[in-house]
Design a protein around this ligand. Sequence first.
Ligand code: NAP
Length: 308
Amino acid sequence: MYFWYMKNWTMNDVGSLSSKTIIVTGANAGLGFETALALAKKDATVIMACRNVSKAETAKEQILKEAPSAKLEIIKLDLSNLKSVHAFAEEFLDRYNSLDVLINNAGVMNPPYSKTVDGFELQMAANYFGHFLLTGLLLNVLENTEGSRIVMLSSIAHKAGKINFDNLNSEKSFSKIGAYGQSKLACLMHAYELNRRLSAAGSKVIAVAAHPGVSITDLMRHIPQFLLFLFRPLLPLVTHKPNKAALPELMAAVGNDVQGGDYLGPLGFQEMKGKPGKVKAMPHAYDVDIAKKLFDVAEELTSYRYKF
Ligand SMILES: NC(=O)c1ccc[n+]([C@@H]2O[C@H](COP(=O)([O-])OP(=O)(O)OC[C@H]3O[C@@H](n4cnc5c(N)ncnc54)[C@H](OP(=O)(O)O)[C@@H]3O)[C@@H](O)[C@H]2O)c1
């Protein structure tokens, strides 16, 4: 809920992040790029976790043009491949002994059906299972870092999402939108469940979620282009630019007034655009039994056990 008298949160509210190390997955494009840029401008050390190193190099050069003293490092990460997630975590842990924020931003929407090398449906793999494993592998270093946070990216699409345990990886039937909605609901439920488990274990690490509203980025590459063309006149009313759409995840990552289990998004009409702030998920996203079951299933499928 937004009231006119509420202050508009921006990165101007954030002081120097020079002592912070922050991982942004999918930092080479869209919201991840804007997030990395904004954090780099505040002097954070930003690890750009990207699947395509040459795209990441180009993005790094762009950031350096705007923030010449930016501290950026690229480490390859393909979230749709569990081996690559392990390799990324090993490389990061070899070189760094602290991690202040893990921003699980990368994502893919509505691609045609495909199965990853690990046997997962692509959207579930890249959006959820990959980040599930990544977070688990980095939990110790997060716990060893004072005031650390985990940010999961969700979407308005979680509203229509459903966790189908008997069709989690589209084994029985596949719907592009259904699989995307499920993956984004899974990300949101993971933030809530992880935060509950962290808090019950007495950990100081918090898990939060964010969504950007709607922004025209490469994410739309699998949407029929004629639809975007057709609705072009309406787009300014229902979308905002990537640098604005990145604000909820930035607020989740480095905002002061953020607690574990918070969900941040744009406060405008239907949360499609607007100033960033705390929003409410659909009631089904708070279902504790489903979240617990999903956590257990994800542990089994990724062959990774969290310590709680
Ligand atoms: N844009 C929106 O309106 C919107 C709305 C709701 C939620 N979101 C969420 O916001 C996040 C960012 O989306 P965006 O709009 O910035 O999309 P984007 O411009 O397409 O950027 C997505 C990023 O994720 C990376 N990525 C995709 N698959 C990957 C994989 N297997 N391993 C590693 N990285 C991978 C992409 O890498 P490549 O460049 O190599 O493809 C890219 O860097 C996503 O989680 C998305 O679901 C976006």
